[in-house]
Design a protein around this ligand. Structure first.
Ligand SMILES: Cc1cc2nc3c(=O)[nH]c(=O)nc-3n(C[C@H](O)[C@H](O)[C@H](O)COP(=O)(O)O)c2cc1C
Length: 147
């Protein structure tokens, strides 16, 4: 399948997770395009069979636990458009915040708003750099998310 992995990051964790997802799916013989969400043209989404979004959770304009601001800008750009495609979401966060991986719920809601479907359960990673086993968890999720 032709898959897009689009991500945003502040400190590099989501970029690393996106690379793991990309490598895993490539090993499964998929054709994978890895891009920062800022480099994704909304109209180009339709050229992919499946779209994966990866975002950390952050603060934005007094709101806590929301997607990276680059995703907020992307969601704005998508306003009024429909994209009835399969999607999957992965999020990086930290359980010490009240809205653990809150970005994931925002992106799930966004996918529904544009008419997309979620192909499986979203992934929420706690303390990507600090907790052991996270890279393996990302890899396992990627291995089973697209069937
Ligand atoms: C200012 C700030 C706000 C954050 N807010 C949240 C949050 O609301 N929920 C959450 O789960 N993690 C939160 N985090 C943790 C980050 O999402 C987490 O460190 C993530 O791994 C960063 O990903 P990145 O390396 O791709 O930037 C916050 C971190 C910072 C510095």
């Amino acid at each position: 399948m032709n898959i897009l992995v689009a991500y945003a990051t502040n400190s590099g964790g989501t970029a690393e997770a996106a690379q793991i997802v990309t490598d895993t799916l490539t090993t499964q013989s998929h054709t994978v395009t890895l891009k920062r969400i800022t480099d994704v043209n909304p109209d180009a989404l339709s050229t992919f069979d499946v779209i994966l979004f990866g975002s950390p959770s952050w603060d934005y304009k007094d709101q806590e636990g929301v997607p990276h601001e680059d995703f907020i800008a992307f969601m704005e750009k998508m306003k009024g458009k429909t994209m009835s495609k399969p999607f999957a979401i992965f999020g990086l966060g930290d359980r010490s915040y009240p809205h653990f991986c809150g970005a994931v719920e925002h992106l799930e809601a966004f996918v529904k708003t544009i008419g997309g479907t979620l192909v499986g359960p979203s992934l929420r990673i706690d303390g990507f750099y600090t907790k052991p086993g996270n890279r393996e968890t990302v890899q396992k999720w990627a291995q089973q998310i697209i069937r």
